[in-house]
Ligand binder design. Structure first.
Ligand code: CTP
Ligand code: MG
Length: 171
């Protein structure tokens, strides 16, 4: 049980930091540079910016670096000796998975910021853990728990962000 919890935390921190720093520090030039498909719809939309993506990857990886400095034993015992690389893969995959979901949403004609449950909550988890498989294959129990907890946390954090006026909509 304690192993599952430790492994989950080692996965959750880089993932969540990557995802929330994109939200906190995003802005500026969009990744798709405003490009549109022939049908007039944006490729990714204004919610995926270069700064948000780059800082998401950076802070997510940096989180793994901090964890590795303070808890080298736990990180190596539970994830393996490539925890820093794992943190990078989690962060890169999280940003990429979130973009893939936006691409899909725009193709379906769903406007930027419109909620799609549970895609919005789980796109970054799937992307991060998916890419991370190169280094670490999590157990099914911790993966399912991770998804359930993420849906709950995501709702909670977005609601708080909305309340303190960091986000215009509560999702
Ligand atoms: N963000 C960013 N770059 C990213 C991801 C997110 O700048 N790669 C920022 C944007 O300001 C975005 C906010 O974080 O508006 C929230 O992210 P998200 O909910 O994923 O984007 P949405 O605006 O809801 O757009 P979409 O409908 O495409 O998901
Ligand atoms: Mg959204």
């Amino acid at each position: 049980m304690i192993e599952i919890l430790t492994r989950m935390l080692l996965i959750m921190f880089p993932l969540y930091i990557a995802n929330s720093s994109a939200m906190l520090f995003g802005g500026g030039k969009p990744v798709d540079f405003g490009r549109k498909h022939k049908d007039g719809r944006r490729v990714l939309g204004g919610g995926k910016t270069i700064r948000g993506s780059a800082l998401g990857i950076f802070f997510g990886t940096f989180t793994a670096y901090i964890i590795l400095s303070y808890f080298p034993h736990e990180a190596r015992m539970n994830i393996g000796q490539y925890y820093l690389l794992y943190g990078f893969l989690l962060s890169f995959g999280a940003v990429f998975g979130d973009m893939a979901a936006s691409y899909w949403k725009r193709r379906k004609g769903i406007e930027r910021g419109m909620p799609v449950f549970p895609l919005d909550q789980l796109d970054f988890v799937a992307g991060g853990v998916g890419l991370g498989l190169i280094v670490f294959v999590p157990g099914i129990v911790e993966f399912v728990l991770l998804c359930i907890l993420t849906v709950i946390f995501h709702k909670l954090i977005n609601f708080i962000a909305y309340k303190i006026r960091m986000k215009k909509v509560p999702w």
